[in-house]
Design a protein around this ligand. Structure first.
Ligand SMILES: [Fe+2]
Length: 393
């Protein structure tokens, strides 16, 4: 129950602890070695993906570690939407190498895979054992995150999203001990993102700022992170789409995505993610595109009850505050998301993505099982989910 401190002021109880040291700035990847050495660590397993290796970022991080006397081995078998198979492959490398540090260097997939490997290497069992909250059975190895995208905010969350390789169900596996010890945010690393990756990760980060702002778990702390994330992300998404080499805009996006990750850690997510996950599981629509498809519809739906919260969020950004002055702030926000998704080249309808109407009852049933939907400000029934999918045709 909210605690009432004074008439008109209600502050939800919260328990906030910053678990991840944040090191931000251009060129900061070169501090990976000194930071690991200061933690007294000697053997680093780097978890990365082939695209990041090709961009040269993995080698730069490796050089920094090796210059400071740290022995490194690389697992670069991560792919988009990592599955239990990717985690198992990384676990085999970890068991041979016996690291005392895991470095997740890449996008959300590399960072989540690093967490998954850590769960299994440190505590045994299989990934499914860690589905849910606080399932680790002992301490985990220290980890350092070096994100190369501005999207998931995995660097500031204690959750790993790993898909079951057989069922394709996305499992959110969370434990406070799985939070990164340090996250190095170097915006120079995000400049090499291909345009589509910039689009997919940017819309996801924006969705995180918006969804966290209205969840049932929203608190004074999470709202501060959501608002600040929105302030950094909203005006800069179109800038990085149009000017990929714009380092100040890239820096704003990276910081915004990280702050949105902190918002998720403190308030969870909502209906857009519950709607998106079944689209990824059944139709392999990538996460950012699935989010872009569904976010405007859930904003309109929630806006019937929490329109003033969306208005507040719009007000918090000077560049976009004129949107808050319309009668229907939720509709203005939904239109803004649709327009920016279109500009980013993302699909606007489920038809474009090959989704069949016959699958809607099945998708809606799957959406009701998504844990994240429980935190949406309005209860969502299977019928609601189906109507929201229908609206996206
Ligand atoms: Fe997301």
């Amino acid at each position: 129950m909210p605690t009432v401190f004074a008439p008109g002021i209600t502050i939800q109880p919260f328990d906030f602890q910053s678990r991840t040291r944040l090191v931000f700035g251009p060129g900061k990847i070169d501090e990976l070695g000194p930071i690991a050495m200061a933690l007294g660590l000697k053997r680093a397993l780097m978890v990365s993906d082939p695209g990041i290796v090709a961009a040269g970022h993995t080698a730069r991080g490796r050089n920094s570690l090796e210059q400071f006397g740290i022995t490194v081995t690389l697992f670069d078998g991560v792919a988009e939407n990592p599955t239990t198979d990717h985690v198992e492959a990384g676990l085999t490398v970890a068991r041979d190498f016996k690291p005392d540090l895991i470095v997740g260097l890449g996008g959300g997939s590399s960072m989540d895979c690093a967490k998954g490997i850590n769960f299994l290497y440190s505590c045994g069992g299989k990934m499914q054992d860690y589905w849910g909250e606080a399932k680790a059975t002992g301490p985990l190895l220290p980890m350092i995150a070096v994100p190369t995208t501005a999207g998931t905010g995995s660097e500031t969350q204690s959750y790993a999203l790993i898909a079951d390789a057989k069922t394709h169900v996305k499992m959110a596996c969370g434990d406070k001990r799985a939070a990164f010890r340090v996250a190095i945010l170097d915006p120079e690393l995000t400049v090499t993102q291909p345009p589509r990756v910039t689009a997919l990760t940017g819309i996801d980060a924006l969705a995180h700022a918006i969804e966290t702002y209205v969840t049932k778990r929203r608190s004074a702390i999470s709202l501060a992170f959501s608002r600040e994330a929105w302030r950094h992300l909203a005006p800069n998404f179109s800038r990085v789409l149009e000017e990929p080499q714009n380092l100040p805009a890239r820096a704003e996006m990276q910081l915004g995505a990280c702050l949105a990750g902190l918002a998720i850690e403190n308030s969870m997510l909502g209906g857009a993610h519950a709607l998106a996950n079944p689209l990824t599981a059944e139709y392999e629509i990538v996460h950012g595109e699935a989010i872009a498809l569904m976010l405007p519809h859930i904003i309109r739906h929630n806006g019937r009850q929490v329109g003033d919260w969306y208005r507040e969020l719009l007000h918090s950004n000077g560049e976009l505050s004129t949107l808050a002055t319309t009668d229907h702030a939720a509709d203005a926000l939904a239109d803004f998301i649709s327009a920016i998704s279109h500009r980013a080249g993302l699909a606007g309808t489920l038809t474009e993505c090959g989704v069949s109407r016959e699958s809607l009852p099945r998708l809606a049933a799957a959406a009701t099982k998504q844990w994240t939907g429980k935190f949406n400000p309005i209860e969502l029934t299977q019928r609601d989910f189906q109507q929201l999918y229908e609206a996206a045709f």
